[in-house]
Design a protein around this ligand. Structure first.
Ligand code: ZN
Ligand code: ZN
Length: 115
């Protein structure tokens, strides 16, 4: 009797935080998310009016795909997009940064002297 199971080597699944865009384990994401949102609010309140952002919305994705398993890829992609929308473009060079990084960046980002 052939009892050999195909061995599937998988990375433990990770979930992308929709606020900061970093990856967390499926267990730690539920701990991280409320903390991340709290931190987000603290940071957002410290920003000048122009840099303040809309609170990130948790993306609504069909959690169960047609195949019947948790569609983590789609969820992560939506979360990543949500996290990216938190970035603010530099009005000089157009690159996007987190607001606190942008402030630091703009100290050294000087418009090229127009001739
Ligand atoms: Zn986060
Ligand atoms: Zn710049």
């Amino acid at each position: 009797m052939n009892n050999n199971k195909p061995t599937m080597i998988r990375r433990p699944p990770t979930v992308v935080c929709y606020i900061c865009g970093r990856e967390y384990g499926t267990k730690s994401i539920s701990i991280h998310e409320p903390q991340c949102l709290k931190k987000w609010h603290t940071e957002n309140n410290l920003l000048s009016k122009e840099l303040r952002r809309q609170e990130p919305k948790k993306p609504e994705v069909r959690a169960i795909s047609a195949k019947g398993f948790y569609d983590l890829d789609a969820l992560n992609e939506a979360a990543w997009t949500s996290a990216q929308s938190q970035l603010v473009p530099c009005n000089v060079c157009g690159r996007t940064f987190l607001p606190d990084r942008l402030i630091v960046h703009q100290r050294s980002c000087k418009p090229k002297a127009a001739k």
